[in-house]
Design a protein around this ligand. Sequence first.
Ligand code: RIB
Ligand code: CA
Length: 313
Amino acid sequence: MTARKIIIDTDPGQDDAVAILLALASPEEIDLLGITAVAGNVPLPLTEKNARIICELAGRTDIKVFAGCDAPLSRPLVTAEHVHGKTGLDGPQMADPTMPLQDQHAVDFIIQTLRDEPSGTVTLVPIGPLTNIATAFQRAPDIIPRVQEIVLMGGAYFEVGNITPTAEFNIYVDPEAAKIVFDAGVPLVVMSLDVTHKALTTKARIDAFRAMGTKVGDMVAAWTDFFERFDMEKYGSEGAPLHDPCTVAYLIDPSLFTGRLINVEIETGSELTLGMTVADWWGITDRPKNALFIGDIDAERFYKLLAERLARL
Ligand code: RIB
Ligand code: CA
């Protein structure tokens, strides 16, 4: 099996960090061409810095990190410090990164990579707001048919919203960008809250990270310890959903997940339901089936994969 060439577009975020580490720990399946940072959980200066901290933690200062858009296409930025803390990676103490940020803008990197690599061989893995991806599609429509697939974390249907009653955070921050991406015609795999809320951290699962006895294990345990307090309080759940790693886990082992090929549209017209992913789960309309909308996960096998792979770093 040849490794899948991917670009991770991210707004770290403790769960983004675990997704990036999982990708770096899986070279047989994942060829990470670059990491593009976007404003989301915290402002861009922090998300690009956090992406470099995560690469250095994994000993991968060779990974190219690019800064992208610092605000949504046409709205003020909404951030999530209440979930991720002021730094975006609250939990453990972390030193500032020393590896360089690339000079090239993230959007230009996305465009150039899709033009340079053979058509249909690059997968985009957005795990934050979709501003960078949408901007690249607007600026260079020729790259759209060259994208192999987009495997994204975002949206919700049966699980409803986490930042408003109807919207999930990544989509809500930049709904206009999400509409551009969902309408572009690129094959989509959507890891929504419907599935990520079934991938909960538990004490035993976090203890398994800590039991690794490695710096990565300790950091992931500290990040998930911090990250879970918000969701446990809000949902009264046993742990927090590890949203973003579901995308990379899907690329490593799609058998962990089940979903349905359906139409998903993005609400951009109503302030009340802004950013809602309107999923035609029961096929009521004849709108194009643009997304594999994932609804279920084998959580035990998912966490087993996570622990096995992260122990490699
Ligand atoms: O709603 C969850 C998503 O929003 C995750 O990607 C998390 O990192 C935040 O970006
Ligand atoms: Ca994220």
